[in-house]
Design a protein around this ligand. Sequence first.
Ligand code: RIB
Ligand code: CA
Length: 309
Amino acid sequence: MKKIIIDCDPGHDDALALVMAVAAPDLDILAVTTSAGNQTPDKTLNNAMRMLTLLKQRNIPVAGGNKKPLMQDLIVAENVHGETGLDGAVLPDPDFMPAKIPAVQLIAETLSSAAEPVTLVVTGPMTNIALFLQIYPQLKIKIAQIVFMGGAMNTGNYTPSSEFNIAVDPESAKIVINSGLPLIMAGLNLTHQAQIYQEEIENIRKIDNEVAHSTAGQLDFYGIYYGQDKWGFKGIPLHDPCTIAWLQHPEYFEGADYHVDVEVAGTLTRGETVVDRFNLLNLPKNVHVLTTVQRQKFIQLLTDAIASF
Ligand code: RIB
Ligand code: CA
């Protein structure tokens, strides 16, 4: 069993990552923490609580995180995820309370009590993780690796050169990416391959359980944004679930080690993950960047996870 902590900003694709992680027989979720990004901190926390209630996981401790990015005002993605942050989903109200401590403290307490180093899965802006590393540097040794959805090579989805999770809090991303910890990056170059097609959504809708009904509704709403012509997609990219799929089946993916850093000063490029593909700077290759995914196997993994409830 691989022990993990998930820091997320639910968000439709974060919600699907939670579904996959709960269903995964070889993953043990020690804690869930939430960040502000897709929606405001209170909404992403409530969405995580609602998802874990739907998944009948009221024993997993949950804590809300920082109220805003380190240096800039919060930007949210209501245009993508809706007013609640999880529009289109039939979800129960939470049937348990979040922890009364902040995310960084829940991460610290969870890592302190873990017998072995723990994997951090980060699917939103990196504010909580950066703060954690600054407040508890002595606990870095209890982090096995950080698997994160964020960044891109030479593209973006928030600006032409920045991906949303990094764009929300570039300073935090810079701290994490320069932490020296083992990093696995699921950036847009990968996650735009991880699209679910309409016929595959219909297969999920045919699954007769509460999770499938909720997931189908979530995907219907989430698909409105990605159905815009500007994307040129056949389906809907499932960004965050790529992190969980990699943990379960790394053989579905290819990747390479590159030097990566984050631009925080650029006028046009603030929030860019600068990937040194040709090793021009001859700097340490600090990030394993995922580059391809076997899409059909990925979708089958998600579908099987949903059907397992
Ligand atoms: O750019 C996509 C990322 O931003 C995903 O994690 C999505 O949930 C949003 O947080
Ligand atoms: Ca997310």
